[in-house]
Ligand binder design. Structure first.
Ligand SMILES: NC(=O)c1ccc[n+]([C@@H]2O[C@H](COP(=O)([O-])OP(=O)(O)OC[C@H]3O[C@@H](n4cnc5c(N)ncnc54)[C@H](OP(=O)(O)O)[C@@H]3O)[C@@H](O)[C@H]2O)c1
Length: 287
């Protein structure tokens, strides 16, 4: 008989977390779809009831240590095991380095980076005892190649990349796998939740013109983004690759794959020029 598998997903109220919770549940994982605001749970609860899925919704805010411990302990008491954790909660930001206050950057790290560490630290003792477990960290192509005017966001995802790779060395001995997912532009609520640095709203900002061009350009990109279901499928494939060892990194979306390929085949400055040309339009580059 196949053993029961338990999954925990953070940020399941929308987008990638929502689709991943549903797909894991549809594929036999008893899934704890966690979110910071339970008022946003009605949609996943409706689908869970309609399709009779093994999903339970729990409150978990990745910036709140107690809420993480509460959710993890709740799962351990009920199930005695956690097999897969998907660290998905996160948000984007825009502005120039000069625009961001240190507090704005710290707050983004609280969610996108320290939030992941908190969850990892709370599940590792159990996973070590089990001698198995898979931790999936949702990074971004922005964690390999920063987009212009996303210095804070890119830094959180670069940090997550470093943490994840370093962590894999430590926990391999306990049978624990770390997986990084690097999506390109995905059609979710992400653009609506992007926080603009307060100083970047100043109409006299010396960066205003370029930033606005970047914002306009990326808005259009999100309209044609990869559906979040595609990211969920890659996560499912990665966590169920039974005989074959999962890769450390999975890039999702043709945009992300193309960017990485270009980066690999170009000198840094050459790549930066190409990126600027695409994001700001050519006139900026020719100066
Ligand atoms: N969309 C993209 O183009 C893209 C590309 C690469 C990587 N990613 C990454 O994918 C992940 C999911 O983003 P998405 O695209 O699905 O965007 P989304 O639709 O905005 O979903 C973000 C999720 O994170 C949750 N969240 C934010 N802060 C939280 C906190 N403190 N505690 C718990 N949950 C929190 C949100 O909850 P609320 O509903 O309460 O706000 C929401 O459920 C993020 O890590 C993002 O960086 C996205």
């Amino acid at each position: 008989m196949q053993q029961k598998k338990i999954a925990l997903v953070t940020g399941s109220s929308s987008g990638i977390g929502f689709e991943t919770s549903l797909l894991l549940a549809r594929n036999g994982f008893s899934t704890y779809a966690t979110m910071r605001n339970l008022e946003k749970s009605f949609k996943i609860i409706d689908i869970t009831k309609r399709d009779n899925l093994p999903i339970e919704v729990l409150r978990l805010d990745v910036t709140d240590e107690n809420s993480i411990k509460g959710a993890v302990n709740n799962i351990i008491e009920k199930e005695g095991q956690i097999d897969v954790v998907v660290n998905n909660a996160g948000y984007g930001s825009t502005g120039a380095v000069e625009d961001f206050s240190i507090d704005e950057i710290k707050s983004q790290f609280e969610t996108n980076f320290f939030g992941v560490i908190r969850v990892i630290q709370s599940v590792l003792p159990l996973m070590r005892n089990q001698k198995r477990g898979t931790i999936v960290n949702i990074s971004s192509i922005g964690g390999r190649i920063p987009f212009p005017f996303s210095p804070s966001y890119a830094s959180t995802k670069f940090a997550l990349e470093g943490l994840s790779e370093a962590l894999q060395y430590e926990v391999e001995q306990f049978g624990i796998k770390i997986i990084l997912i690097e999506p390109g532009i995905i059609k979710t609520n992400f653009p609506d939740n992007i926080k603009r640095a307060k100083k970047a709203m100043d109409p006299n900002s010396p960066y205003g013109n370029l930033l606005q061009r970047r914002v306009n350009k990326t808005k259009n990109m999100f309209v044609n983004g990869t559906p979040p279901e595609e990211v969920a499928k890659v996560i499912l494939k990665a966590v169920t690759s039974q005989n074959k060892e999962p890769d450390l990194r999975y890039v999702v979306g043709s945009d992300a794959k193309l960017l990485l390929e270009k980066r690999r085949n170009m000198q840094d400055r050459e790549f930066l020029r190409l990126m600027s040309k695409n994001i700001f339009d050519s006139e900026h580059m020719e100066k």
